[in-house]
Design a protein around this ligand. Sequence first.
Ligand code: SF4
Length: 92
Amino acid sequence: MLGGDLRDQAVWVDEAICIGCRYCAHVATNTFVVEPNLGRSRAIRQDGDSTERIQEAIDTCPVDCIHWVPFESLEALKQDLVRQNLQARPQG
Ligand code: SF4
């Protein structure tokens, strides 16, 4: 654990919607990283920040693409993400 809480929900970024603004990564620095190839944010760990801090990051997202999801659905969401074969966002 890295300053995070045990919780029953996992945090998930819908990368198809993410515009790569980095707000979330500035708020919850241990949790969100804008992946350099795709230019979209990803939750790299689930125990990096407090629930409040992650919620703050969710609230700051301008396109509402960060969601609390059941831990059990994470794997299916990841597989679905791979299937979407997202293209890189222009860096800016
Ligand atoms: S705040 Fe939202 S749109 Fe901006 S990088 Fe994070 S997930 Fe993507």
